[in-house]
Design a binder for this molecule. Structure first.
Ligand code: NGQ
Ligand code: ZN
Length: 468
């Protein structure tokens, strides 16, 4: 098997920054050798410091095309009663109207544009929390997995790794409330959802760039019985496949959950399931101390989406307590109001500073006393776990997913390695990502994705049709 050799003068390995690192990558895109203090020999040379690519653990790809369409408070056809009534729930109404007519071709074009933007910003894998399954009238397409195939096709065309998470969505609210009109394209029972999972798994079983899991949408959209059925069904197909769920994002959601079952959402999930390392609890914004400790102890990942959570007015995740308790977490760009690991990591810390009036709230010990270092490192580990793929670290056995920082970026050019991630996270306003490799292949060079222009042209056509 041919081995590609890549030499980096400086690279961020699991133990921290290392010098003169030689990577061996096999033809399948796996790292098969990592040697520090090595001679470059005839290896290809990375043009700047090398970081592991960041996993983006939570995406609703189609929402990329509505970024900016829900940021005005004027009352009118799109909105409720103006700014005092604007909330997550009115945003959701805008989203339902946006989703009503989307075609498979449009979804694929939007996803491709999004994935190009992710790659150019340093994300090398995505968790696609996919609930737009059916035709506008709610009827399944001839291939029930049609829409999922489109996001996977966009991932394959652009080169990003994907964990496709077909969503189980059955109801409109706690206690098996009937789903609304705006939700009809999302609906499946557990057996049809598992058929989607099975057919996708069969189509992609040999592809190391694709993993398939399941996402029960939220405790609002499933019952304890349908949740159990889909978890059991997935486990039978793949005992380690990822399981993602939205949870406790909004105060109203917590209140409605308590009114329905007497327990808060995170409490209720732990009552009816046993979340472990396979699980990713997306948002988990509103937790009591006991819930925070239970989640941290479970080994599950908290899927944090700071820019979307800010945009939707969700609230602040109890980050300091959760990290102190050893909780695992990663980041996602969710609604894609921003597509930048830098911006999401920065806002994660800044939310805590604003709330506590302190600085370096999420710093750890040793190398991790650097907030940038600790956040980047933990988001890599949690993201990799949540996506269920061997990614997130530059070590033997993982995928060769890496980012080369621009050596001419002022911060990259001047700062010592132990401050580099702080500069990137807190002052990387001009994108410092130069080149990006996924599964051993370069997909971004000199800041630009190989197909950026064609993908954007198709995106522009798709969105102009949609908004016409
Ligand atoms: C979603 N998004 O499924 O796209 C949700 C909104 C809901 C976020 N929670 C819809 N950020 O939760 O019902
Ligand atoms: Zn979401």
């Amino acid at each position: 098997m041919t081995i590609h050799k890549l030499f980096a003068q400086r690279a961020f390995l699991p133990g921290g920054w290392a010098e003169a690192v030689l990577f061996d990558v096999d033809g399948a895109g796996n790292i098969v050798g990592v040697t520090a203090n090595a001679a470059p020999g005839d290896a290809e040379r990375a043009k700047g410091p090398v970081l592991p690519g960041m996993p983006n653990l939570h995406s609703h790809a189609f929402q990329r095309a509505m970024a900016g369409l829900a940021e005005h408070a004027a009352p009118g056809i799109e909105r409720g009663g103006g700014r005092r009534d604007d909330s997550f729930w009115t945003w959701r109404e805008v989203m339902y109207r946006f989703v009503a007519t989307l075609t498979p071709d449009q979804v694929e074009a939007i996803a491709a544009q999004l994935y190009v933007e992710m790659l150019e910003s340093g994300y090398t894998a995505v968790g696609e929390f996919h609930y737009l399954h059916h035709a506008p009238d709610g009827q399944p397409y001839a291939d029930v997995a049609e829409m999922s195939r489109r996001t996977i096709a966009a991932a394959q065309a652009t080169g990003i790794g994907i964990s496709q998470l077909p969503v189980l969505y059955g109801y409109g609210g706690f206690g098996a409330q009937k789903a609304g009109e705006g939700q009809r394209r999302f609906l499946n029972d557990p057996s049809r959802l598992l058929r989607i999972v099975e057919t996708l798994k069969a189509s992609h079983k040999a592809d190391p760039q694709v993993r398939v899991g399941v996402a029960p949408h939220s405790l609002r959209a499933v019952t304890p019985e349908t949740l159990d059925e889909v978890v059991t069904g997935l486990t039978a197909l793949d005992a380690t496949a990822p399981l993602h769920i939205h949870i406790a994002e909004q105060v109203k959601e917590v209140d409605d959950c308590v009114a329905w079952c007497g327990r808060r959402p995170v409490e209720q999930l732990f009552e009816i399931q046993a979340p472990d390392a396979r699980w990713c609890l997306v948002h988990a914004t509103h937790m009591t101390d006991a819930e925070t400790s239970a989640l941290a102890a479970s080994g599950a990942v908290a899927g944090l989406c700071p820019t979307t959570e800010a945009n939707l007015g969700d609230g602040l995740f109890p980050a300091e307590q959760y990290l102190d308790a050893g909780g695992r977490w990663g980041i996602g760009s969710d609604s894609h109001i921003s597509v930048s690991p830098i911006e999401d990591l920065r806002l994660f810390e800044y939310g805590q500073r604003l709330a506590t009036r302190r600085r370096n709230v999420l710093a750890g010990e040793g190398d991790a006393a650097s907030v940038g270092h600790r956040l980047y490192q933990q988001a890599l580990a949690g993201g990799a776990q949540a996506l269920g793929r061997p990614i997130g670290a530059l070590e033997v056995g993982r995928r060769a997913d890496l980012v080369v920082l621009d050596p001419d970026h002022p911060a990259v050019a001047t700062l010592p390695p132990e401050r580099l991630l702080d500069a990137v996270v807190f002052a990387g306003n001009r994108n410092p990502v130069r080149d990006v490799m996924v599964g051993g292949r370069w997909v971004v060079t000199e800041g630009r994705h190989r197909d950026a222009e064609a993908v954007q042209a198709a995106y522009t056509t798709a969105v102009s049709q949609l908004l016409a």
